[in-house]
Design a protein around this ligand. Structure first.
Ligand code: GZL
Length: 337
């Protein structure tokens, strides 16, 4: 539109008005884009029900702490129930989450069997389920959406491979091994044992003289070690323990019996919590395979994706390392569990 000279004042007023209107529209659009819209400000993005199996180890306590901290930082409202090592308590907790109509259910199954009925109830209620840390055994593959947890088989394999390297370096011709296992029929117990056995099965020097269940508990680790020392004494060349708690329970029993753990017996453990790493540095443990409990971020991200109707990976393994007397451990970061 062409303005004549006589309209100069009108033109400048009108163009100022147009400019002001455009600015106001832009500013209001920006504010609208930043505001939370109709939602309540700071409303939780998701209600997550989590059944934790217990508090049996530093690993488990670290896992619970990490999940609570990450729920906070991701703005997730968390209903966490501790089952105190009882499957029936986990099943009851899952039923409460269903009744409460949570958006997503997550749980760390204490054992692999016995979940089909309650998970079918969750499926019928339209609530997706995430497995954390441990797996379940079921024919019905669509009862859960995802497993977030360690590759326990690899942990066992790496433990066995370390023992072979250690036997080579010591020039051992025969290695009598005692195994202290985790909770019977749990995923870490089954898969750590399988990986360890596969690593040593073709080495004629290796012999597992006894395998005993320590239930991932420190007290049971001590009892098991006392029993094994009474039975085999100095014939024990190596101890393969499925977690640090049981290892830390076993060490004083070995010393009490007059042996030097880490020297008279090769000690191999799994988890890599701070206490075990400190003892590794003292030379009383020879190898600790890492099993990280820091699964909280992956859990929150996966649960938020499920709530948003997005696809998620069926299996998410965290990256894990091995720490041993083959390495310089002086610069290790604090473990956080
Ligand atoms: C492993 C976890 C095991 C730890 C133990 O992911 O399930 O359970 O290794 C814990 O310390 O008790």
């Amino acid at each position: 539109m062409k303005f004549t000279k006589g309209n100069k004042s009108i033109r400048s007023k009108r163009s100022r008005a147009v400019l002001l209107t455009v600015c106001l529209l832009v500013i209001s659009g920006l504010i609208a884009g930043c505001s939370k819209g109709p939602e309540e400000p700071n409303a939780p993005k998701l209600l997550l029900g989590f059944s934790q199996l217990g508090s049996e180890s530093a690993w488990r306590i670290g896992n619970t702490r990490d999940i609570e901290e990450k729920a906070e930082s991701y703005g997730v409202s968390l209903m966490l129930e501790n089952a105190n090592q009882k499957q029936e308590n986990q099943i009851a907790a899952i039923r409460r989450f269903i009744a409460y109509k949570v958006d997503v259910i997550a749980f760390s199954p204490i054992v692999e069997e016995g979940w089909d009925n309650v998970l079918m109830e969750a499926k019928e209620a339209g609530i997706p389920v995430i497995l954390v840390d441990r797996d379940i055994s079921t024919e019905n593959k669509d009862l859960t959406k995802c497993l977030i947890g360690a590759d326990f088989y690899s942990e066992g394999l790496h433990a066995g491979e370390y023992l072979i390297r250690k036997a080579d370096s010591l020039g051992l011709e025969h290695v009598n091994i005692v195994e202290i296992t985790g909770t019977e029929d749990s995923t870490p117990m089954r898969q750590r044992q399988a990986g360890f056995m596969d690593a040593i099965k073709d080495d004629p020097r290796m012999e597992i003289i006894e395998s005993i269940n320590g239930d991932f508990l420190k007290s049971r680790g001590a009892e098991c070690m006392r029993e094994l020392l009474d039975k085999y004494g100095q014939d024990i060349d190596a101890v393969f323990s499925h977690n640090d708690e049981m290892t830390l329970g076993a060490l004083p029993e070995i010393e009490e019996a007059g042996f030097e753990p880490g020297k008279d017996m090769i000690i191999i453990s799994i988890d890599a919590g701070q206490e075990a790493i400190d003892v590794l540095k003292e030379g009383k443990i020879n190898c600790v395979v890492e099993c990280t409990p820091m699964l909280g971020s992956t859990l929150m991200e996966t649960a938020l994706k499920l709530k948003a109707g997005e696809e998620v990976d069926e299996l998410i393994h965290p990256k894990e390392k091995l720490f041993s007397d083959e390495q310089d451990l002086s610069a290790m970061e604090p473990r956080g569990y």
